[in-house]
Every structure is written in C-alpha cells, then in structure tokens.
Design a protein around this ligand. Structure first.
Ligand code: UDP
Ligand code: MG
Length: 311
C-alpha cells in the first residue's frame, strides 16, 4: 500500500484548517488502497493555528505538525513540509480549500497508471481576483517565458502531487532564495497538467497583497533569469555608441561650420537620462549581488520550534 503525504503550509489559518482537514480526509478515504499522512507546517502564525494542529494530531495519528520559530514565508514552509514528509507520493496543498481535494484521486490514478512523476494544476480563470492583479500576473508569465530558460506555466498553482523521486530532487535544491514555481519546473520529470476554475478561499484572509506579489515576481526573475544583467550591458553599449556618434557630429559641426555649441536643455536631459540609467543598472546588479550575498551565508531555510515528527 502506498502512502500520500499531504503537505500544508499554514499561516494564520485557524479558521480554514479544520474545514480543510475534514474535506481532505473525506476525499482521501474515497481512494482505494492508499494510506496518508498530513504534514501541517505552521509558518509562525500569530493566531491559534498551532493549537488547532495539536488538537488534530491528538485525535488523528495521521496528523504530523511542525511549527516555525517565526514567519519564514510559504516557500520555506513548503520546503520544510517536503523535507519532513515520508510518503511515496507528496501533494502540496493550501489550507484554504482553493486547491480542490476532489482532484486527489485523479492525481493518484495518473501517477500510478500513466507513468507520470508529477500531476500539477493550473487555474484557467482568475475569477474573484482584482483585475489589476490578473493583468500583471499575465504580464509576468509572458515576460518569464521570454527571459528564462526554465518554463513557468501560466496560472500554475503550487497544488501538485509528486513521486518520492521527484520530491527528493526538489529537496536537493537547497537554495535560500526559493521560487518554487521555477524549482519545480527546473527539476524536470514528466508532468501532467490538470485545469480548473479559480475557487475562492473557504475562510480567513489572503496573505498576499499587490506589493508582496510584485516583490515576489522580482525574486522569481532574479532566481531564474540573468536576462536583466544582459539587458543592462547591452543598453550601456548602445548608449556609448550613440554618444560617440553624437560627439563626432558636434566636433565636425563646430570645425566645419563654426557653429557655437548650443543646447543647454539637451545637456540636462541627457545627463539626467544617463544618471537614471546608471542607477537602474546598478540596481539590477545589486539585486543579483544581494541574492548571492544571502546565498553565501548558508542560513537555514527554516527553524523549528515545535513538532511531533520524529526524524
Ligand atoms: N502561507 C504561508 N506563509 C505565508 C503566507 C501564506 O504558509 O507567509 C500559506 C497560507 O496559509 C495558505 C497558502 O500559503 O495555506 C496560500 O496563501 P493564501 O491563500 O493567502 O494565498 P492566495 O491563495 O491568496 O494566493
Ligand atoms: Mg489561497
């Protein structure tokens, strides 16, 4: 009999977690010949998420939990869950039932019968989301497709089931700056994509706002593409070329036609533009440098405060 590990990152999910547990258990019971465990990761919640987990663990020995010493972010929580899972198949799920547990049986079926290593899911609609967020999300995926060699599927969710072999590959990528959409695609393997319509969260509040998502997308670009560095070098080169021709033009104009060099406004505009461009390029460089800096410190991805998982 195979075991599924259900990995759930939870941050302030005291309301959603019991509903999630109930619904998911119901769906897991429907699958033949399968055992399961829950790996609930409390990402430093400030509400009663941890005590909800402890209650669940008391009544059901399939429930394993792990609680962080502070909020480390969803990426760290997912990593901790994967690292502490023991199942033959591992599925990543959000605690808010936006990832329908009814898809679990199909996922198991595809992995066992059709030689897939991974069954991922993508949203085909973004109903219920602010339009401006959907717009920028679409643009982000388009941009990533152009500048990154790692394929990042539009609307892909973190909700996916993987075989133990693939999970071990994901864990072996122990980088500090984690962008799981990129990492999960980078490791390869045969993936089937299931599609579904967006579902709104069952209880509680979303932890993301526009600004957080924007910063996250920059992390994604820096982690999986070096195109911005190339672009800034090319930009620098083009501007040098233009300035060279411009210089030649003014020298000839002054020597041949004896024109006085006029154009104070032009001078100001060009100085400002160059200053701006330089700052932009330094900024881009700084982004990569800061990531490298954090990476070289080799800090742990998460710190455990409480758990019932035996190593
Ligand atoms: N989450 C987390 N740590 C965080 C933020 C979120 O573990 O710092 C978890 C959260 O509890 C939920 C999942 O990540 O299970 C997705 O978060 P949310 O539903 O807020 O995101 P959305 O679905 O709105 O993109
Ligand atoms: Mg959600």
């Amino acid at each position: 009999m195979k075991t599924i590990s259900v990995v759930v990152p939870c941050y302030n999910e005291e309301q959603a977690l019991p509903i999630f547990y109930r619904e998911t258990t119901k769906e897991l019971e429907k699958i033949d010949n399968i055992n399961w465990e829950f790996v609930l990761v409390d990402d430093g919640s400030s509400d009663k998420t941890l005590s909800v987990m402890q209650e669940l663990a008391k009544s059901d020995e399939k429930v394993k939990y792990l609680s962080f010493s502070r909020n480390f972010g969803k990426e760290s929580a997912m990593y901790a869950g994967l690292e502490n899972s023991k199942g033959d198949y591992v599925v990543l799920m959000d605690a808010d039932l936006q990832d329908p547990p009814s898809l679990l049986s199909k996922m198991v079926y595809e992995i066992e019968n059709n030689d897939y290593d991974c069954v991922g899911t993508r949203r085909v609609t973004r109903k219920g989301e602010p339009p401006i967020r959907s717009f920028f999300a679409r643009k982000f995926y388009k941009l990533m497709a152009k500048i990154s060699k790692t394929e990042i599927v539009d609307g892909a969710r973190d909700f996916r089931m993987m075989t133990r072999q693939m999970v071990d590959s994901v864990i072996s990528m122990c980088e500090y700056n984690r962008f799981s959409k990129g990492i999960l695609s980078w490791v390869g393997y045969k993936t089937l994509w299931l599609e579904y319509e967006n579902i709104e969260r069952c209880a509680g509040q979303t932890k993301w706002n526009f600004w957080k998502l924007f910063l996250y997308s920059i992390d994604g670009i820096v982690a999986f593409s070096t195109a911005p560095l190339v672009i800034s070098s090319v930009l620098g080169f083009i501007i040098c070329l233009i300035s060279f021709f411009l210089m030649a033009f003014y020298v000839i104009k002054a020597l041949v036609f004896g024109d006085p060099v006029a154009g104070f406004p032009t001078l100001i505009s060009i100085t400002l533009m160059l200053g701006g461009l330089q700052l932009l390029c330094t900024g881009i460089l700084g982004q990569y440098l800061s990531k490298t800096y954090l990476e070289t410190k080799k800090r742990p991805i998460y710190i455990t405060r409480k758990t019932n998982i035996e190593k």
